[in-house]
Every structure is written in C-alpha cells, then in structure tokens.
Write a new protein. Structure first.
Length: 155
C-alpha cells in the first residue's frame, strides 16, 4: 500500500495504518532465528547421542572392573616367596665353623668358636673367625643376635 501526501510525494506509512508491512519486515528475522534454534537443537541432539555412547562405554568398563575385582578377591592370598637357600662357602674352615654351631645349643662369640676349633686364642685367629662369622651372617646362614654374638637362625 502506497501512501502519498497531498502533493504526491511518498511518505512513510505508520504502523497502525500498515500492519502487513511490519509483519514482512519481522518475518525474515523470525525465520532466521527459527533456523538457528533448529540447528542448535540438532547439534545438542548429536552431542546427547555422543554422551549417551560414552556413558554406555563407561558403564561397560565399570562392570569389567567390578568383575575383575570380584575375581581377584576370590583368589587365595599368595604365599610370600621363599628366599633361596644361602650357599655355604666351600672352604673347610666354614664347614668346621658350621659343625661347631650345629653342636652348640647357645649363641657363640668368635673366641668360643676358636676354642671349639682348637685354635690358639690369638687376636689374629679371633679376628679371622669373626670375619668368617660376619660373612656367614651376611649370607643369612648365621644371625648376629647382638654385637659379636652369633647363632643359627631359628626356623
């Protein structure tokens, strides 16, 4: 609808006079907004589908962990590994020392081992026996119950 003034010039129509033109000017904006909202809704549906798939995967993994935990709890407790038996040195002196300890019923000091082996009680002999006793203790064959006092380990 064209509106002219008394001199024939075009003038702007006011909104009350022409509601149809107002509807047409808003309609493209409404259509654009409607398309944007529809696109956002579609993107959100896609994201929901992705999250639903992730949730199913997490549920499956959690179930696997529960099953594994249940299976592990059903297993008997493993016994601690037994340490390998300590190897006695091949030297005859070590064999003699072990024979003294096998006959003894109490822990012995190096001096007492020297006496049992019929060695002269000299500092050199006592120190040599003490070193051998310490080696045996380091290997786990003997235990040093207190400083300088050695015994067979208790079973």
């Amino acid at each position: 609808m064209r509106v002219t003034d008394p001199f024939g010039r075009l003038r702007r129509p006011d909104a009350a006079a022409c509601p149809v033109e107002v509807q047409f000017s808003v309609q493209p904006y409404q259509e654009q907004r409607e398309r944007e909202i529809a696109a956002q809704a579609e993107a959100t549906r896609g994201r929901i589908a992705e999250l639903a798939a992730q949730l199913e995967e997490f549920d499956r993994l959690a179930e696997e962990v529960r099953i594994t935990r249940k299976a592990l709890l059903a297993l008997p407790d493993p016994s601690p590994p037994t340490p390998p038996a300590a190897k006695l040195p091949d030297r005859p002196a070590y064999q003699q020392i072990m024979a003294v300890y096998a006959a003894a019923d109490a822990p012995l000091r190096a001096r007492a081992v020297c006496e049992a082996l019929d060695l002269e009680i000299a500092p050199n002999n006592v120190n040599n026996v003490l070193l051998k006793l310490k080696r045996l203790a380091d290997r786990g064959i003997l235990t040093e119950t207190e400083q300088g006092l050695f015994a067979l380990p208790r079973p």
